[in-house]
Design a protein around this ligand. Structure first.
Ligand SMILES: [Ca+2]
Length: 157
């Protein structure tokens, strides 16, 4: 059987689309796999340590001690017996005035296993950074506010 030019073109086009689909599928599977498997604690910690902000105009307005205190306060607010103390979360993030403040608290928090500390009683124990915890614990306008701040300060987490 010989193929006409048109038939050949159609066949090549179909093959091209198939190749593209396979490529997309392979990439998709890899991405999903990476997300599902997660990063190791070491990789995550390194990723947090390496975070930067595009906010270059200001210096950190809180001390390192305050950043540690805020990180601990947030962790406690996530783990109150009846869910999450969003008032405390709001209060803490209201004290972060610039990108460097945010980075200081994110780095002070480091990574913590989600849900293996007793509360919440669910949770898969996967290591999460502060923003990972925010995304698990918060929703609605408060989470949007946090995402807006991170975007504003160019913190890519
Ligand atoms: Ca909680």
């Amino acid at each position: 059987m010989t193929l006409s030019d048109n038939q050949l073109k159609t066949l090549l086009k179909a093959a091209g689309i198939t190749a593209l689909s396979v490529t997309a599928l392979v990439i998709g599977v890899r991405v999903v796999k990476r997300i599902r498997e997660g990063k190791t604690e070491k990789e995550l910690t390194h990723a947090v340590e390496s975070l930067t902000t595009t906010d270059k105009e200001v210096s950190q307005s809180i001390s390192t001690e305050q950043a540690k205190l805020f990180a601990n306060t947030l962790f406690e607010a996530f783990n109150v017996w009846n869910g999450t103390d969003t008032d405390v979360v709001k209060s803490v993030i209201g004290k972060l005035k610039n990108g460097k403040d945010w980075l200081a608290v994110i780095k002070a928090f480091g990574v913590k296993p989600y849900g293996t500390t007793g509360t919440p009683w669910f949770g898969d124990g996967i290591q999460l950074d502060l923003v990972g915890w925010f995304r698990k614990e918060l929703s609605g306008s408060l989470m949007q506010e946090i995402e807006t701040q991170l975007e504003k300060y160019g913190i890519n987490i």
